[in-house]
Design a binder for this molecule. Structure first.
Ligand code: HDE
Length: 710
């Protein structure tokens, strides 16, 4: 029998870990058994009538092994299939009792366990991490009051305003149904056809075409709850709230050319990055932020708080940072944890409630429903990763794979056979009650007039971007629309872009070689057969601000190189002092420096000592690194100059606007490449070379260099 409570060295006070421990199995030092616990003597040969067969049906060991294998797969998530996750904890900075009675937001000394899954949306389970896509940011808090799931994204708005459009949106973005292409990409006709008929998507399109859609790392992206939720305090008073996650490493992206190349060189780039950072003890951290709006102020904004295509600009309602989340443990088993975890925006705790956002309302149905087909049973809440840390007591019974052994006769309420148990909890005892809201309305199938401003915030977003960020949006749209096969879709899209910004539309049109045509009315096609289209068209409302600096990634933190990957290009004869001095300086700042050489094993430095090679030019690629350093050493430089892969490495790093430094003869290698020595972020001949290089890496990218060939 396999050991229970394995890995005692890993046991810590984390309540969820303690809950998972009885289910963690470590086979070290154990006999192999069948699923029934029978010790297996030969796992390599089936039972046969004679050594040359035939194989016997009675071989239950063979049958069990093959049968289990045949049924190993479960359906992947219909969206967000590709993801990676980690364990951690959350701690609030100060009590939020003024706004919410949620237990996990009261006491700064309490660490609430969390499990967080990041994902792309459109691609299949095995697709690349570097697709241009929205990223899921789903957090499960294992609170003392039950599980609370904040199932968010890395963009604060969404494509559509009503959940009933979700299947259409997803059908449009998924690979086209006749030939199942393209995988994990929105650059195809069906997606842009739908978008071009759905102008409410235009704000989200700005985000999805921006650098936010190609993050450098899951650890370097923001998260958002998207919808407006409610905080409810102990007195029953409600405030509207928007949720934010702010990464402590700042927000950073890769460039699109790089993203496409990473997809080939290492499609697991984000998964590996998250896993390796946690394994190395560089725990990713986010601050938890809230924007709070008094109930009385609901209608004071130039947009509807219930409209999920709108943000509340941070300059209008500042984000209050109220706590911190730290991810500090990788899952033990990808399937058991990352694949089987089941999030649901309806997993609430007292003190947090919904609003009537029609997108949120539809989500509340979808998540349990999808788990039923994905995980196969209404008992998916019993899977260890989904299990609440407080024991579940109710009268739900039976179903496939039931784990709980409910004792007694009572499986109904009210009862006397079980002494009335389990009891209902009063509010004062933590019983959940929904926020009371007066609704006095006709039952209608429709959309509020207050949702009809489709472009103002798209314009706000575009205008708030720095020049390089705007260039990237233009390039992304030229790429995506350039891939279309139907010219009419391209033209309709450029017409819609003109409503966001004439400058944007003109630049995209120039790249596509088409004219900006006046958009055809009606712009919006999302209304019922008997509805008057005029009631569903754009009606702009001034947003009160021209720019929101918080929307630009250019304004993010640029003073740390922690966990950055730095390539040191070297060959035999490298100057050991030059190499080691830089390596030590980078590592002291928390970066990881890797030596890349023409061959594996070791190279000899100028003094004949061994230098360990981490990767070769064959196994490494510049797109997997944040910066490049070429140490001194005459022979090393001479070898690199004649190594086309080394020159390509430097050229590509330069094209992708990364910091590049060279010491002594390393400069000769740079001179043999495309690098313009005097350009931004190229560090040579400095006295304090290490310091200057570290400062440059922290800048992340030098966009002035973007337009060079490589
Ligand atoms: Fe989801 N979404 N979604 N979604 N969503 C799912 O649930 C759905 C939306 C989000 O790592 C599914 O368990 C509808 C917005 C994340 O396991 C499914 C609508 C936001 C994840 C589903 C939306 C999200 C999902 C598929 C429109 C940001 C991955 C698998 C009304 C606030 C969770 C699953 C994970 C997953 C439905 C829109 C976030 C089908 C109907 C907006 C992060 O239930």
């Amino acid at each position: 029998m396999a050991k229970k409570n394995a890995n005692p060295k890993n046991v810590n006070p984390d309540k969820k870990l303690a809950d998972l421990n009885p289910d963690r199995v470590d086979s070290t030092g154990e006999f192999m058994t069948t699923d029934q616990g029978l010790k297996i003597n030969d796992d390599n040969n089936s039972l046969k009538a004679g050594e040359r067969g035939a194989t016997l049906l009675e071989d239950f060991i063979l049958r069990e092994k093959i049968t289990h294998f045949d049924h190993e797969r479960i359906p992947e998530r219909i969206v967000h299939a590709r993801g990676s996750a980690a364990h951690g904890f959350f701690q609030v900075y100060r009590s939020m009792e003024k706004y919410t009675k949620a237990g996990f937001l009261q006491d700064p000394s309490v660490k609430t366990p969390v499990f967080v899954r990041f994902s792309t949306v459109a691609g299949s389970r095995g697709s690349t991490d570097l697709a241009r896509d929205v990223r899921g940011f789903a957090v499960k808090f294992y609170t003392e009051e039950g599980n609370y799931d904040l199932v968010g994204n890395n963009m604060p708005v969404f494509f559509i305003q009503d959940a009933i459009k979700f299947p259409d949106l997803i059908h449009a973005v998924k690979p086209e149904p006749d030939h199942e292409m393209p995988q994990a990409a929105s650059a195809h006709d069906t997606f842009w056809d739908f978008i071009s008929l759905t102008p409410e998507s235009m704000h989200m399109i700005m985000w999805a075409m921006s650098d936010r859609a190609i993050p450098r790392s899951y650890r370097m992206m923001e998260g958002f709850g998207v919808h407006t939720f409610r905080f409810i305090n102990a007195k029953g008073k409600s405030h509207f709230v928007k949720f934010h996650w702010k990464p402590l490493l700042g927000m950073h992206a890769v460039v699109w050319d790089e993203a496409q190349k990473i997809s080939g060189k290492d499609p697991d780039f984000h998964r590996r990055d998250l896993y390796e950072a946690i394994a190395a003890g560089a725990f990713p951290e986010w601050e938890f932020g809230v924007q709070i709006v008094a109930e009385e102020d609901e209608h004071k904004f130039p947009f509807d708080l219930l409209d999920p295509t709108k943000i509340i600009p941070e300059e209008i309602v500042p984000v209050m940072r109220i706590g911190k989340m730290t991810l500090n443990r990788n899952p033990d088993n990808f399937f058991a944890e990352t694949e089987q975890v089941a999030f649901h925006p309806g997993h609430l705790v007292p003190g947090i409630d919904f609003t009537n956002d029609p997108l949120l309302q539809g989500r509340l149905f979808s998540y349990t429903d999808t788990q039923l087909s994905r995980l196969g049973s209404p008992n998916f809440h019993e899977i260890p990763i989904n299990r609440s840390v407080n024991t579940v007591h109710n009268n739900q019974r039976d179903g496939h794979m039931r784990q709980q052994i409910n004792v007694g006769k009572a499986s109904y309420h009210p009862n006397t056979t079980g002494g009335g148990c389990p009891f209902q909890a009063k509010m004062a005892e933590g019983g959940f009650t929904s926020h009371e809201e007066r609704i006095d309305a006709k039952k209608v199938r429709g959309r509020s007039k207050s949702f009809m401003d489709f472009f103002s915030q798209a314009t706000l977003f575009f205008n708030s971007q720095s020049e390089p960020e705007q260039d990237h949006i233009v390039d992304a749209l030229r790429f995506e629309l350039g891939k279309l096969e139907t010219p009419a879709i391209r033209e309709r899209m450029v017409g819609l872009l003109a409503k966001v910004s004439t400058q944007l539309a003109q630049r995209v049109a120039d790249g596509l070689g088409i004219k900006v045509s006046k958009p055809q009315e009606p712009l919006n096609h999302n209304f019922g057969a008997d509805a008057n289209p005029k009631n569903f068209q754009h009606s702009p409302v001034p947003q009160g601000i021209e720019k929101s600096p918080a929307l630009s990634m250019a304004n993010t933190r640029k003073d740390t190189i922690s966990t950055r990957q730095i390539a040191i290009l070297a060959a035999d004869g490298v100057d050991g002092v030059s190499l080691n001095k830089m390596k030590a300086a980078l590592e002291a700042e928390g970066a990881q420096a890797k030596v890349i050489a023409p061959h594996g094993g070791v190279i000899k430095n100028a003094k004949g000592a061994d230098v360990k090679v981490d990767m070769t030019f064959l196994t490494a690629a510049s797109v997997l690194f944040d910066a490049v350093f070429i140490p001194g050493g005459e022979r090393s430089a001479a070898t690199l100059i004649n190594e086309p892969d080394a020159i390509h490495f430097i050229n590509e790093g330069y094209k992708h606007c990364k910091a590049i430094a060279a010491d002594a003869q390393g400069l000769d290698v740079l001179k043999a490449s495309f690098v313009k020595i005097k350009s931004d972020g190229v560090i040579t001949g400095e006295k304090a070379l290490e310091k200057a290089f570290i400062k440059a890496i922290a800048q992340h990218r030098f966009w002035t260099r973007e337009k060079v060939p490589a």
